[in-house]
Design a protein around this ligand. Structure first.
Ligand SMILES: Nc1ncnc2c1ncn2[C@@H]1O[C@H](COP(=O)(O)OP(=O)(O)OP(=O)(O)O)[C@@H](O)[C@H]1O
Length: 256
């Protein structure tokens, strides 16, 4: 990767919790304008790495190098909307916090894209889960960020809502070129969205594979030979990680 295009670089990161080493000598780069996914099973260190990259937690050692002091925004698993402010006020609040002028035309556009234009005056608890997550998402974009950190933003949503949110993200990203760093444990999601996927495994205390996907996002289907091959490879990696379980069969039988 050429140095000019790198937005965020993690170099030789180490992180342990008491005697549990979660990240060991980890390197990672995120290019400007790309969607980068961290993919891995539960406990593989995704959140830990993500929090270090986002500046929300300190590594024990190593460097986090940012280019040109980028503006970060965050989207969390469950929306962190302010319940006492209506939908529009949730956006104006963060815009003000980030020192932006009242960007009404940007808000209007985002509300329209998220199909929430008729709900600007609604309070978060008057919105469905999917609508709240859409609002959470456009709130992050409302601050004109350089890099958005998304921590499994679709985790508790149904399939249709997930598909709509994915679409919303790709449309906004295509128009703005904002860099996205996304955690997911869903290989299909990663393959449909990402330019670059880092696969993590607890057994290896970090990243075990990097996959780059060249195919244009809007033309991707999981049944495309290229994506399907990646999916099979990812499944293979994950099944290798649980191969010990196969050996445990006899023991399980004996003890039950
Ligand atoms: N603050 C902490 N104190 C002690 N152990 C922690 C702490 N945070 C994370 N861990 C441990 O570090 C390991 C990695 O956790 P992490 O949350 O980064 O994984 P993850 O891949 O994000 O998992 P999930 O998909 O379940 O969120 C786990 O074994 C977890 O129990």
């Amino acid at each position: 990767m050429t140095e000019e295009k790198i937005m965020l670089k993690l170099k030789n990161i180490n992180k342990s919790f008491q005697d549990l080493t979660v990240l060991k000598n980890l390197d990672l780069e995120i290019n400007q304008g790309e969607i980068c996914c961290l993919l891995g099973p539960s406990g593989s260190g995704k959140t830990t790495l993500f929090r270090i990259a986002a500046g929300l937690e300190k590594a024990d050692s190593g460097e986090v190098i940012k280019k040109n002091d980028p503006r970060f925004a965050y989207v969390f698993q469950s929306p962190r909307l302010l319940p006492w402010k209506n939908a529009e006020e949730n956006l104006t609040f963060v815009q003000k916090n980030y020192g932006l002028e009242s960007e009404k035309s940007l808000r209007d556009l985002l509300f329209r894209l998220a199909k929430l234009e008729n709900f600007k005056a609604a309070y978060p608890d008057e919105l469905s889960g999917g609508m709240q997550q859409r609002l959470e998402l456009i709130r992050a974009f409302a601050v004109k960020p350089d890099l958005v950190f998304l921590d499994e933003p679709f985790k508790s949503l149904d399939m249709k809502t997930r598909m709509n949110l994915r679409k919303l993200i790709t449309v906004i990203q295509a128009e703005t070129g904002i860099t996205l760093f996304l955690i997911t444990h869903d290989p299909e999601e990663a393959l449909l969205l990402a330019d670059r996927i880092y696969i993590m495994a607890a057994e290896k205390q970090g990243i075990i594979k990097e996959i780059k996907i060249e195919k244009a996002r809007e033309r991707r289907k999981i049944s495309d030979p290229e994506l399907y091959q990646h999916l099979e490879n990812i499944m293979e990696i994950f099944s290798d990680l649980v191969s010990d379980l196969e050996d445990a069969g006899a023991e399980i039988k004996r003890l039950f």
